[in-house]
Write a protein that binds this ligand. Structure first.
Ligand code: RP5
Length: 171
């Protein structure tokens, strides 16, 4: 568990409830690592004032990292990054164009305003949380140890799949 007396460390924003299926994996990973978070639907286009308010107040509220998921003309992560110096992780969500528009809208930031962009869709949702945990683990030994445990489990899963494959093929 991170040592912060339960204060939210990660601010997780989604452009719409239609992004939730992608972000369920993100929220599950944050819970798994015991990272306290605040989550909210907030759109760069539909609620621009709230987006600016959340991002500009995030550092003073004690947040250490922001995760922003959006699809299509996915400007949320970039807009948030323009209002804060906290690290912002962008998750491109699937869209009518399979998320390629979301990916390009999120990743193609102008020099000076970075957004760490993960993969389109559910893998990106999970990785956004893992990247946030890696950032928090820089100053939290218990999270760093938990990440080592997570990595070990990934290896065990692959080993189990290899055993199952051998069994299936009778090798
Ligand atoms: C984006 O537009 C949202 O992030 C969502 O991915 C997409 C569509 O939103 P809805 O019309 O489903 O609310 O701003």
């Amino acid at each position: 568990m991170p040592q912060n007396a339960g204060k939210p460390l990660a601010l997780v924003l989604m452009g719409s409830d239609s992004d939730l299926p992608v972000m369920e994996g993100c929220l599950a990973v944050l819970k798994e690592f015991g990272v306290p978070f605040h989550v909210e639907f907030c759109s760069a286009h539909r609620t621009p004032e709230r987006a600016a308010e959340l991002a500009s107040g995030a550092a003073s509220a004690g947040f250490k990292v922001i995760i922003a998921a959006a699809g299509a003309a996915a400007h949320l992560a970039g807009v948030l990054a323009s209002h804060t110096t906290l690290p912002v992780i962008g998750v491109p969500c699937p869209s009518a164009l399979d998320g390629l528009d979301s990916l390009l809208s999120t990743v193609q930031m102008p020099a000076g305003v970075p957004v760490a962009t993960v993969a389109i869709g559910k893998a990106g949702g999970v990785n956004s949380a893992l990247l946030a945990v890696r950032i928090l683990a820089l100053s939290d030994d218990s999270l760093a140890a938990a990440l080592e445990g997570y990595r070990a489990k990934l290896k065990e899963k692959v080993a189990a799949k290899n055993e199952a494959l051998k069994k299936k093929l009778g090798l």
